[in-house]
Each structure stands twice: as structure tokens, then as C-alpha cells.
Design a protein around this ligand. Structure first.
Ligand code: NAI
Ligand code: A1CAB
Length: 272
């Protein structure tokens, strides 16, 4: 990463601040190369003491930056674009948006400018460097897509997908964190009912979920292949698993993901 490059993160909330921390932790970026904006500058005081530039002035932050990361909520985007429009030069900045439901073309047409836009959809595990991030563009150069990929590779694993799949990626990976957390919570509630203190049950459920995910990631195997190893004939696992399926376990997850994907596609349109 060039030591001359500067990145502005506009809307430094959960995702924006986690990304900033990841970039610095990677050693590829210095805090001095990163400007953070937020409406309440006091909420970034801790970051200012670490050397990040902090400001409420989006226009100035965008003007100075080579990479401008848009990290506000969908309903806050148009106001932000109005603020930064005078600072954006299509030949200078690369815009990176993590905003759900907003296409690259939505951003260009609002700005009335042919600037390069790359979208990135991380999840909140970005805070611990374990995000699954999907990246897409309709006009970004290969060099810029690789640059954005390298930013998000510092905070987890990233893949490039077609832009039309970004709302699906939002549901599966960004919302997905909540779905898996709720299933861990439900497992811990079951654990408490069968005899464990709540904090023990939660730890046991979370570590078991981590082990299950790692079996798939490390062995590159299929869930059913691993499930077959657990389900002894006439055993207790298949009894529990079938009971869950009779109650709609897989169906509930599939329906929830489909609904989230539909909703993700409507988040920005709802603001028009
Ligand atoms: N939370 C999540 O799991 C994920 C969120 N996203 C997307 O990332 C975006 C940000 O989400 P979060 O970080 O969770 O939201 P957040 O609400 O924590 O952060 C947004 C920040 O933007 C600030 N802000 C609003 N208007 C501003 C303006 N004009 N200038 C400067 N700052 C401004 C707010 O004060 C807030 O701190 C959203 O568009 C969301 O769809 C994407 C993937 C995952
Ligand atoms: O719930 C939401 O709308 C945001 C986008 C993806 C995760 N959280």
C-alpha cells in the first residue's frame, strides 16, 4: 500500500470504525493516512489520540482522500452525497460503499458523475478480523477491485461476486451473523433446560458452533458428510435432528434468508 495514499471513512459507526482498526492492525496503513467522519466528533476522541484524523467535515475528508469509503445507513446516504459532491473528481477518487441496497449506479446517478464505485459487504465479525466480505463493481478497474479486496482481506476473508448478487450476499453473510448467533443462543437455552448454568451453556454452544464451522472450512467437506459421522443408528443425534426438522428448522432459515434478501434490495428505494 502506498504510504502516500489517504482513505476517508465517512460515517464511522460499527462497520467504519472496525474497518479503520483492521487497516491499521494489518500494518499496511498508518492512522495518519485515515480520516474518520461522524456527526458527533467526540465519539471518535479515542481514535484522535491514536493519530487518526477525525472530523465532522465530510467534504474536506473526501477532497483529501484517494479512497472514499461510504459507511452511513442507506437513509443517510443522499445527504452525505450532497455534502461531498463538490469534492469528488472522477479521475481522482475511488468510491467504496458498504451500504446495503445501494447499487454502484445509484451512487453515480445521484452524483451525476462517472466516478469508479466498488461495493463491499462485510459483516460485524470485521471487528475481530473475521469478516466474510463480498465485493462487486460495475465499472471499477481490476486494479481498484484488487485494492478494495486487499483492504477487506486485512479484516477477514473476501470474495468478488456479480453486483446483482449483492443483496443475496447481504442476507447470507451480513444478516447471517445474526441468524447464526440466534441459533447459538437457542442451543444454549436448550443446554440450560437440560442442566447447565447459562454462562456455561453459552460457552459450550458457541465453541460447538465454531467447531462445526471449522470442520467445513478446514476439511472442505459438506455439512451432511459431517452430520453422518455424528448420527449413530437409532441414536440420540438423529432423534434430535429429525425433531428439529419436523418443526421447520431448515425451512425457517431458508425463508428468513429469502426475506432478508428481498428487504435488503428495498432499503434504499424505501428512502426515495
Ligand atoms: N451493521 C452491519 O452488520 C452491517 C452494515 N452494513 C452497512 O454499513 C452501513 C453502516 O452500518 P453500521 O456501521 O452498522 O451503522 P452505524 O449506525 O453504526 O454507523 C453509521 C454512522 O454514520 C454516522 N453518520 C450518519 N450520517 C452522517 C454524515 N452525514 N456524516 C458523517 N457521519 C454520519 C452515524 O453517526 C453513525 O455513526 C449501513 O449502510 C449498513 O447497511 C453492511 C454490512 C454489515
Ligand atoms: O440489518 C441491516 O439492514 C444491516 C445490513 C446488513 C446487516 N445489517
Amino acid at each position: 500500500m502506498s504510504s502516500q495514499q489517504h482513505v476517508a471513512i465517512l460515517g464511522s459507526g460499527n462497520i467504519g470504525l472496525s474497518l479503520a482498526k483492521g487497516l491499521v492492525k494489518s500494518g499496511l496503513w498508518q492512522p495518519q493516512q485515515i480520516t474518520l467522519t461522524r456527526r458527533n466528533v467526540d465519539a471518535m476522541a479515542e481514535y484522535a489520540t491514536q493519530g487518526y484524523q477525525t472530523t465532522t467535515n465530510n467534504m474536506k475528508a473526501a477532497k483529501r482522500a484517494d479512497i472514499v469509503i461510504l459507511a452511513v445507513l442507506p437513509q443517510q446516504l443522499n445527504k452525505l452525497l450532497d455534502e461531498i459532491k463538490p469534492a469528488i473528481k472522477s479521475e481522482k477518487q475511488l468510491l467504496v460503499s458498504v451500504i446495503s441496497g445501494v447499487s454502484c449506479e445509484d451512487i453515480r446517478s445521484y452524483l451525476e458523475m462517472n466516478v469508479q464505485v466498488v461495493r463491499a459487504m462485510p459483516n460485524t465479525a470485521i471487528a475481530i478480523g473475521d469478516s466474510m466480505t463480498c465485493i462487486a463493481t460495475d465499472n471499477g478497474s481490476v486494479k481498484n477491485v484488487n485494492l478494495v479486496k486487499s483492504l477487506f482481506d486485512t479484516v477477514g476473508v473476501s470474495i468478488q461476486i456479480n453486483e446483482e448478487l449483492m443483496t443475496s450476499a447481504t442476507a447470507l453473510c451480513a444478516c447471517g451473523i445474526a441468524f447464526f448467533l440466534r441459533s447459538v443462543r437457542a442451543a444454549s437455552q436448550g443446554g440450560t433446560e437440560i442442566g447447565f448454568h447459562a454462562h456455561d451453556a453459552l460457552k459450550m454452544a458457541a465453541q460447538t458452533a465454531k467447531g462445526a464451522a471449522n470442520l467445513l472450512l478446514q476439511l472442505s467437506s459438506h455439512p451432511e458428510q459431517e452430520i453422518d459421522k455424528v448420527t449413530s443408528p437409532k441414536g440420540c443425534t438423529i432423534a434430535g435432528l429429525n425433531e428439529m426438522e419436523h418443526n421447520g428448522f431448515s425451512s425457517a432459515m431458508i425463508k428468513g434468508i429469502k426475506l432478508s434478501a428481498e428487504k435488503a434490495g428495498d432499503l434504499y428505494k424505501a428512502e426515495d
